[in-house]
Design a protein around this ligand. Structure first.
Ligand code: HEM
Ligand code: HEM
Length: 250
């Protein structure tokens, strides 16, 4: 459960009569500081493992689609493409297992752990908040709202752009992997139906490739927004995904 707590430093700092006006002001500010525990350790660990896996998958995936020029010399002395594909498949496994663990944590963690998986689309108040944020991002509002969990617009993008694409990449990725693992393998038994659904292997390659650019676009906007909100917004953002605590500036 999330709880509102004053920072320990604020509680322990004694205010003596001899303190300068400057110190007294700083203490008063510290007293007003509030932090809320939002992202539990498994959510934070998943975030950074997932970010790393996606970085590796994007670079190696790009190189699978647009291979480097051939190496000169004896072919058996090189295994470059093999290492690139191995890196892709290893990161693919990490991504998929981490996603399963994250789904488990959505079931047992606090309510912020579930924000990645649903959007309150039938609540009027939610869309009002989205509008406020759109106005803020369009420079039409002077300040944004204050959010404890994800901001409403981030939540929309995370569910409908990020999560949907991620699940799509896991299904199409393991379907392609099943071709190499061959008929009867676990990958074939679980994901063998995906390629016929799309038509043939090259169609799945093309859609899987397109997913790369959807994710790259998401990540660029996501990182920009996280850093911008940290500077311009009313609460901590990047440090919240490191410590788990949301602190408020006003
Ligand atoms: C491949 C790179 C990345 C991906 C795919 C990614 C994806 C995500 C996702 C899915 C969430 C929601 C987490 C959840 O609810 O479980 C999230 C949250 C967050 N990410 Fe990232 N992330 C990436 C990189 C980064 C980087 C480099 C930063 C720091 C600059 C960052 C900062 C944050 C922050 C601060 C939040 C919490 C936002 C909030 O409180 O509303 N992310 N990210
Ligand atoms: C963030 C997620 C992922 C990204 C961005 C990504 C990206 C890519 C790209 C761009 C390609 C080249 C497609 C082409 O032009 O032919 C590719 C191929 C492939 N990916 Fe992924 N991928 C992801 C996840 C996965 C996962 C989870 C797996 C499962 C193991 C996987 C398995 C494969 C396989 C088997 C190939 C074909 C390799 C080959 O033909 O040599 N991918 N991926």
């Amino acid at each position: 459960m999330s709880s509102t707590t004053a920072t320990p430093a604020a509680e322990e700092t004694p205010v003596s009569a001899s303190e300068s006006a400057h110190d007294a002001r700083a203490v008063a500010q510290a007293r007003a500081l509030k932090s809320v525990y939002v992202y539990e350790a498994p959510v934070r660990a998943w975030h950074w493992v997932n970010a790393l896996a996606i970085t590796v998958l994007s670079v190696t995936g790009y190189l699978i689609g647009s291979p480097l020029p051939s190496l000169s010399g004896e072919a058996s002395e090189h295994y470059l493409m093999g290492y690139i594909r191995f890196g892709h498949f290893a990161a693919g496994y990490v991504l998929a297992v981490a996603l399963l663990a994250r789904i488990y944590w959505a079931l047992v963690g606090n309510h912020h752990a579930r924000e990645l998986f649903w959007v309150p689309v039938f609540q009027k108040a939610y869309w009002k908040e989205v509008l406020v944020l759109l106005r803020w991002y369009s420079f039409l509002n002077r300040q944004p709202g204050k959010y404890v969990g994800h901001n409403p617009l981030a939540r929309f993008a995370m569910v409908f752009v990020f999560l949907t694409t991620l699940v799509f990449m896991v299904f199409t990725g393991f379907a392609l992997y099943a071709e190499g693992a061959q008929r009867g393998s676990w990958a074939d038994r679980l994901f063998g139906w995906v390629i016929p659904l799309f038509g043939q292997s090259q169609d799945v390659h093309t859609w899987h490739h397109l997913g790369l650019w959807v994710l790259v676009t998401f990540v660029i906007i996501h990182v920009y927004a996280a850093i911008r909100e940290d500077i311009m917004g009313r609460s901590s953002v990047v440090s919240t995904m490191i410590s788990g605590h949301r602190t408020f500036k006003d």
